[in-house]
Design a protein around this ligand. Structure first.
Ligand code: BYC
Ligand code: FE
Ligand code: FE
Length: 474
């Protein structure tokens, strides 16, 4: 199962050559994908030779191989985690039954919709990040950007494989549409809000990989519990790659914070902007923005869609099979959901089935919280009196319970007038964005060198030397 066959046109570990029809259909989609990558993937990456990690086996050991790869020669493929023997459904109406190798007719459109939404985010993020290579703060960062981009491209392959293999003609049509919708397109936008926002600078990129890729982790974790086994196995493999994306975000922000603190201390100032750094207040505003748009990605707090997916045994909770606190059907349990009540917010117990999205969001928020604490330790270590925080969960929301409320970062319901007066104190203003981008007008291509606004990483990739040439230009 483990080894991936790279001698085929489409590398895979699903015995693609034994299913000629499917193989031909995917080989017909492949040129459209490559065309999309050339048109909307990383700009001017065609001549670059990048030190990338490539999957060689889907086993837990040895699935990654490091080496320089010419970007146009990168091989995207189809990799599923090994099947679990006699895997049983762990939740919902079908609990206890064997998992499904084919899609049950009654759940066809439900499952297809989830796969399409998941798949749509992957190429969207590549589109959002396509210009960043030209302003990279180092070769190390450039390499990480490309690593993330090629893997998101592969995640699209993962979903397209499922559509082609299990959904016939409408699956093929959905696969084609993945390359027709584009991030920020007025006529054919990407499906979910955050994926139509811009990622115009590296601070945004680090925020995106910390906050938005982490939504990916939790959504994939819920889909990895699915009774539709091919979906579960695909998501399990994707999750292994996700860890690195979030690492890029967490360490990226940490390095920006550290550099800002260094500039403040070296120059005895509380305004690192004077010395080409990013002030902690601006970092806070970026956190406020990216956290709030990422919270929206979990859907409405109270959702019958989510209840239906759970009851149908199609989308579970995070780590569903390992949860021990209930019967995995949630018929009688309740869950506290924050709601707007009389000018304030209060927790209200609602049927747990309807609060599946909110429960996932809560787990997500906890993890974000730990990241913020780690950044605060960096600030503390420099003896600076400043704390980064996550904004209140009702702040700046476009989806769900709070979408019609104006809320301050500390969770007060305010008037629209007050919101307008303060929004530039809470979210990145046009000036902040111009400033951040002004730091990043030129790329840093010299091995071992870093832009002034960001500290070098603590560790190199795969233990290489500090002045390693992660990217070569030809
Ligand atoms: N923007 O009942 P509700 C990743 C729609 S990220 C726009 O709450 P549900 C990645 C919703 O579609 C992970 N629309 O919905 C990260 C629904 O529309 P319909 C991506 C939104 O189904 C970085 C309606 O509002 N994967 O992998 O409970 C880089 C009613 O809402 C939004 C997934 O999301 C929004 N933010 O929950 C690369 C997993 N939120 O159907 C990659 C698959 C909601 O009534 N998707 N709506 O027309 C799902 O599980 C669900 O679709 C959602 C929504 C959790 C997103
Ligand atoms: Fe992804
Ligand atoms: Fe990701």
């Amino acid at each position: 199962m483990g080894t991936i066959n790279y001698s085929e046109k489409i590398p895979n570990n699903v015995n693609l050559s034994e299913n000629r029809r499917l193989q031909r259909a995917l080989e017909a989609w492949q040129p459209a994908y490559i065309q999309w990558w050339n048109d909307l993937g990383p700009v001017k990456s065609q001549t670059q030779d990048v030190y990338l990690r490539t999957a060689i086996s889907a086993d837990s050991e040895g699935w990654a191989h490091f080496g320089h790869v010419k970007m146009p020669e990168y091989r995207w493929g189809i990799f599923l985690s090994a099947p679990e023997e006699d895997r049983r459904i762990s939740f919902g109406d079908h609990k206890g039954e064997p998992v499904w190798q084919e899609v049950p007719g009654e759940y066809r459109s439900l499952i297809r919709r989830l796969i399409v939404v998941q798949g749509d985010t992957e190429p969207a993020s590549v589109e959002q990040q396509r210009h960043l290579g030209q302003t990279c703060p180092s070769l190390y960062d450039l390499r990480n950007l490309f690593q993330v981009n090629v893997e998101e491209g592969r995640h699209l392959w993962a979903m397209v494989y499922l559509l082609h293999a299990h959904f016939g003609r409408d699956g093929r049509e959905e696969a084609d549409m993945m390359l027709e919708r584009h991030s920020g397109d007025v006529d054919k936008p990407r499906i979910l809000g955050a994926f139509n926002e811009e990622t115009p600078d590296w601070l945004s990129f680090f925020m995106f990989t910390f906050f938005t890729d982490r939504d990916g982790k939790f959504q994939l974790g819920a889909l990895a519990e699915s009774s539709f086994d091919p979906l579960a196995r695909t998501c399990r493999f994707m999750l292994k790659e996700e860890a690195h994306h979030m690492f890029v975000g967490e360490t990226g922000i940490s390095r920006v914070v550290r550099r800002s603190c260094e500039l403040m201390n070296e120059n005895k100032t509380d305004d690192p902007r004077k010395y080409g750094g990013i002030d902690l207040q601006t970092i806070q505003k970026y956190i406020n923005f990216h956290y709030s748009v990422s919270l929206d990605l979990f859907g409405a707090e109270i959702s019958t869609n989510a209840a239906n997916s759970f009851t149908a045994s199609v989308k579970g909770r995070f780590n569903e099979a390992k949860l021990t606190q209930d019967d995995h059907q949630l018929n009688d349990s309740t869950y506290p959901v924050l709601q707007a009540v009389n000018n304030s917010f209060q927790f209200v117990e609602v049927p747990a089935l309807n609060a599946i999205n909110e429960a996932l969001r809560d787990k997500y928020s906890k993890e974000c919280e730990s990241g913020v604490e780690r950044w605060n330790r960096v600030i503390e270590k420099h003896g600076i009196d400043f704390k980064l925080t996550l904004p209140h969960r009702a702040f700046h929301r476009q989806i769900g319970e709070f979408q019609d409320y104006c809320v301050s970062p500390d969770g007060r319901q305010i008037t629209e007038k007050e919101w307008d007066q303060h929004k530039n104190d809470w979210l990145p203003s046009a000036e902040d964005k111009v400033y951040v981008q002004s730091l990043m007008t030129n790329p840093v291509y010299e091995p071992g060198k870093y832009a002034n606004w960001v500290a070098p990483p603590d560790k190199t990739i795969n233990g290489v030397a500090e002045d390693f040439e992660y990217v070569r230009f030809s």
